[in-house]
Design a protein around this ligand. Structure first.
Ligand code: AGP
Length: 582
């Protein structure tokens, strides 16, 4: 939530700081600001609205200088106004602080004093922060510090950077240091030093960045979301790469850091996360129970800490998070570890706090996900949860035959996803037809019940339409009262063991003049011909893998409908990509 960028070097800082903000805009886009020091004078431009508004402002009133900080805000406290835009200043107007002493002594003493003042101030701060700070009287010197919010130090030649996320600086450097909680970094053109809030210095590793500036470009796609939807054949393949053993008919997940004996002793699993990651956890619950017959439960990460969830000593906890920075999920992870439970992460961001603080885990390797609406990370999470189910199942009851069937089906997925993506035009036509809908209901059973929730979440996030997901059978327990001709019902009804049950529910809606959009497979299309208004036919897969195929058309439907409605698909109102506040 919120993004910061700092630069100190020899180039003009303004274009670098603005470029960085554009790449961080997914973190928040309520207001933005930039502060640059030139010749001992600190100049700032800030305004409510998108980075484009700030860019216009800096074109009208340019800023020069080769060191400065910039910020893009997602409002938590305080209105979205020019005044509340960051950077913030001290009373003298000489000290600019993103996020969150002047004297006549020489520069080195000033640096030391500023550092001491920042350290003393931060020792009193309660809560989380990620800051970048400059002072008008201390040239080419920045201070960065973090606690709870991510901060990375980009290492360049005769220039260095601070940023909330490497995507802001990946165009300028391939090396970075991921700062830890309670780190304070002093950053200058040709050097940097990292110490702890308490004042001790520690070792830090310079990491090579995993992706390039190319990876975070939209390319020929009009939106990141569409690009990321179309990346799913590869992202699902990458989630499984090197992790399937045909010989042993199982999955290999070295990062779990658990011995086979420890894995066999797992008696209960808790899957936790927020939003889309929670929906993946819900599919995971069905998957792990099916493949490994281990009692599995899901917990809203935000509720986990506040409940007295009964946990047995053999419980294994998974925290699922694309960003690895979601405050609620991090809170659940910390609570679980504090109680002594082995807690593993399923993250996309390898340098994230959740990835670092967990006892082990599985990386998604989905590549950067910029669109605020999560798409490819969801299918990667499902692929990984299937691998976990397969691994644990093969240590228990799952036979070699079932294991190898599962592997075959997993390996077929990327090509099946390609087939699903070819339906984009058909789905676009459906979106056009229902553009005046007054809301949308989503229904599914078993493995596809969480997909109904996920479809509704995507729809709400980017179209702002009222949308709700339910288990199909719940329809008759109340929801059917909503059915009317301007409220389409989407049924995720593959040709599986519960197809006939879904068909009953579809008929109940049809009888009350509710339009039906059905996503099915196999013989489903034939059986739905008389009832459904729209039928989308998907490839066939084992029922536990169908969610990976059924969610993609729902992502596409939300996308096309949002475009038809003229919504800002990649930056939906009020949202931000990673939620680092509670
Ligand atoms: C998904 O479309 C949402 N933007 C949101 O629900 C998201 O999945 C949730 O905030 C969790 O994020 P995380 O995976 O980065 O933890």
């Amino acid at each position: 939530m919120c993004g910061i960028v700092g630069y100190v070097g020899r180039a003009e800082a303004a274009p670098i700081l603005l470029d960085g903000l554009r790449r961080l805009e997914y973190r928040g886009y309520d207001s933005a600001g930039i502060a640059i020091v030139d010749g001992g004078h600190l100049e700032t431009r800030k305004c409510a609205g998108r980075i484009a508004a700030l860019s216009k402002l800096t074109t009208e009133r340019p800023l020069t200088g080769s060191f400065g900080v910039s910020h893009t805000r997602w409002a938590t406290h305080g209105k979205v106004t020019d005044e509340n835009a960051h950077p913030h200043f001290d009373a003298s107007g000489k000290l600019a602080l993103d996020e969150s002493c002047a004297s006549t002594v020489d520069v080195d003493q000033k640096k030391a004093r500023l550092l001491a003042a920042v350290r003393a101030a931060l020792q009193q701060v309660i809560g989380t922060y990620g800051i970048a700070l400059i002072h008008a009287d201390i040239p080419d010197f920045m201070i960065g510090a973090r606690r709870g919010s991510p901060l990375v130090l980009g290492v360049g030649k005769e220039e260095n950077f601070l940023a909330s996320d490497v995507s802001a600086i990946v165009a300028y450097t391939r090396e970075a240091i991921y700062l830890h909680d309670f780190d304070i970094a002093t950053v200058e053109r040709g050097k940097f030093e990292i110490s702890s809030l308490a004042g001790t210095s520690g070792a830090h590793q310079v990491s090579k960045l995993e992706f390039t500036a190319e990876d975070i470009k939209k390319g020929d796609y009009p939106h990141y979301m569409l690009k990321e939807i179309f990346e799913q054949p590869n992202s699902v393949r990458d989630a499984m790469r090197g992790r399937l053993s045909l010989e042993e008919c199982t999955a290999k997940l070295g990062g779990l850091n658990m011995t086979p004996a420890q894995l066999r002793d797992v008696g209960r699993i808790v899957l936790t996360g927020c939003g889309t990651a929670l929906h993946a956890a819900m599919v995971g619950e069905y998957l792990i129970e099916r493949l490994a017959t281990i009692p599995t439960e899901i917990e809203y990460a935000s509720e986990f800490r506040h409940r007295n969830t009964p946990m047995t000593p053999d419980t294994l906890v998974f925290a699922i998070s694309q960003s690895g920075e979601t405050a609620d999920t991090l809170g659940a992870l910390r609570e679980s570890r504090r109680k002594g439970f082995r807690t593993l992460g399923i993250c996309n961001n390898v340098a994230s706090t959740i990835a670092r603080e967990s006892d082990g885990g599985v990386y998604m390797h989905a590549g950067p996900e910029i669109g605020v609406a999560a798409t490819k990370s969801f299918t990667s999470q499902l692929a990984i949860l299937t691998l976990i189910g397969l691994l644990l199942g093969r240590m228990r009851n799952l036979s070699t035959t079932e294991g190898s069937r599962m592997i075959e089906a997993l390996e077929a997925l990327p090509e099946q996803i390609e087939v699903v993506l070819k339906l984009s035009d058909q789905i676009k036509a459906i979106a056009k037809k229902y553009v005046d809908a007054n809301g949308i209901l989503f229904f599914g059973r078993q493995f596809n019940f969480p997909i109904a929730l996920e479809g509704a979440l995507k729809m709400k996030e980017i179209t702002y339409l009222f949308a709700e997901g339910h288990p199909s059978a719940e329809l008759k327990h109340g929801i059917i009262a909503l059915v009317r001709p301007d409220l389409p019902s989407i049924f995720i009804a593959p040709d599986d063991a519960v197809f006939s049950k879904n068909l009953n529910n579809i008929e109940q809606v049809k009888a009350r003049k509710g339009p039906i959009i059905a996503f099915t497979s196999g013989n489903g299309a034939k059986r739905l011909k008389e009832t459904a208004d729209e039928i989308v036919s998907l490839p066939e897969a084992p029922d536990c893998l169908m969610p990976i195929l059924t969610v993609i058309p729902l992502q596409l439907l939300a996308y096309h409908l949002a475009v038809e409605l003229g919504r800002d698909v990649d930056k939906p109102r009020n949202l931000a990509k990673s939620v680092t506040v509670e």
